[in-house]
Write a protein that binds this ligand. Structure first.
Ligand code: NAD
Ligand code: TDX
Length: 359
């Protein structure tokens, strides 16, 4: 496969979050000749503890900053001469977007446009040499809306965002496409399904279930628990992003999915069984914690991805099955209870209290 881009210095935004930190933990040791600059505002979701094993690496630098800070971005582009941007930084939780949408417009939409502008200004001299630069915008399958029981999202699915979160990401995608079309900025877009794995903040379903099963507290399941998600292990996602960055075609969009569809209720039962096994509880012990609660407003029913474009164009396929990935993930959280406890204490309890009061 022809290499279309060979990064020497990559600006990674949001690298202290869940997917960003997994990406850096894999890529910083994998590419010792490439420098990685992690720009992160360190919101409640950003956590430098995740990056301890690479923080002293010679090819890694951390900058605490907001992606909407255009002056700082210009300084960083001038100083580091970035060849590549991998843009993760975003507000990422749908429920928070329903409570407070403006933060999502600011970070996700304005933040993306500010970053595209910084790249356009810094890379204007090399616009003719598309292989020399790459801007990878990391987005979500939620921009395509909600599916019924059948069919899959493809790169040609119409945009149909239905939550403030997905509307802010869809808007960012449109700007990324517009910069590719209008200015010839070498942008690739990836839209992936629900990620899971180590270092995910326990407001999201999977770490939330593990945390609350460990403390034997009630687990809120929205509606009847029959909504369906396609679960993608974060390591598979990061490897897909690495391929897209190096081998993707500028202007192209790639959908990334785990081919692991599951209803929320079935998934939660699988997780509870694994936690019970790991903690030596009797089989089925934690199922009584499942508590059906009022549905999320506008709750998308089903997401599912046809990843054949990525498979055919770049040879990617997920390596984790849901069974193997979930077993590994639950084991990671049980082995890293200190991490889970510290982020839960940091801000999650207040948030959970505000959402549900006492369950
Ligand atoms: P996350 O919430 O765990 O991390 C987001 C990171 O961005 C945090 O470190 C936070 O401090 C930082 N950040 C937020 N606003 C910022 C700002 N204005 N300036 C600088 N930094 C800022 O999110 P995640 O789950 O790792 O998601 C990463 C990206 O992947 C997001 O763009 C998200 O939309 C996308 N995505 C996530 C999933 C998923 O399942 N988690 C699925 C599809 C797409
Ligand atoms: O307490 C809960 N109970 C519950 O039933 C939570 C937090 C979630 N759910 C349901 C809602 C969803 O159907 O579980 C499913 C997964 O919920 P989240 O983990 O909040 O993920 P989702 O809303 O599907 O969005 C995620 O995937 C796409 C990420 O948060 C987004 O950033 C990403 O773009």
């Amino acid at each position: 496969m022809a290499l279309t881009h060979d990064p020497t210095c990559i600006l990674v935004t949001g690298g202290a979050g869940f997917i960003g930190s997994n990406f850096l933990l894999r890529m910083v040791p994998r590419y010792p000749e490439t420098h990685f600059v992690n720009l992160d505002r360190l919101t409640y979701a950003g956590n430098l503890m995740n990056l301890r094993s690479i923080e002293k690496s010679a090819n890694y630098t951390f900058v605490r900053a907001d992606v909407t800070d255009s002056e700082l971005l210009a300084t960083l582009f001038a100083r580091h001469k970035f060849t590549s941007v991998v843009h993760f930084a975003a507000e990422s939780h749908v429920d928070r977007s329903i409570t407070a949408p403006l933060a999502f417009v600011r970070s996700n939409t304005l933040g993306t446009v500010t970053l595209l502008e910084a790249a356009r200004a810094a890379w204007s001299d090399v616009a003719h040499a598309a292989h020399a630069r790459r801007f990878l915008h990391v987005s979500t399958d939620e921009v395509y809306g909600s599916l019924g029981a059948d069919s899959f999202f493809t790169e040609h699915s119409p945009y149909d965002p239905r939550s403030p979160y997905s509307a802010s990401k869809a808007s960012a995608d449109h700007f990324a496409r517009a910069y590719a079309h209008t200015y010839g900025l070498p942008v690739c877009i990836s839209n992936c399904s629900n990620n899971y794995g180590p270092y995910q903040f326990p407001e999201k379903l999977i770490p939330l279930v593990i945390a609350r099963a460990c403390s034997q507290e009630p687990i809120p399941i929205y509606g009847q628990g029959d909504n369906v998600r396609d679960w993608l292990h974060v390591a598979d996602h990061c490897d897909a992003l690495d391929l897209i960055l190096r081998n993707g075609q500028p202007g192209d969009t790639y959908l990334v999915g785990g081919s692991s569809e599951c209803t929320n209720l079935s998934l939660v039962r699988i997780i509870l069984d694994l936690v019970d096994e790991g903690l030596g509880h009797p089989s089925g012990h934690s199922h009584r914690l499942i508590t059906l609660v009022t549905d999320r407003p506008g709750h998308d029913f089903r997401y599912a991805i046809d990843a054949s474009h990525l498979r055919q164009a770049l040879g990617w396929r997920p390596r984790y099955s849901l069974t193997e990935g979930m077993r590994q993930t639950v084991a990671w959280y049980l082995d890293n209870m200190d991490w889970l406890q510290s982020v839960t204490d940091r801000s999650y309890r207040d948030y959970f209290q505000a959402q549900y009061g006492q369950l």
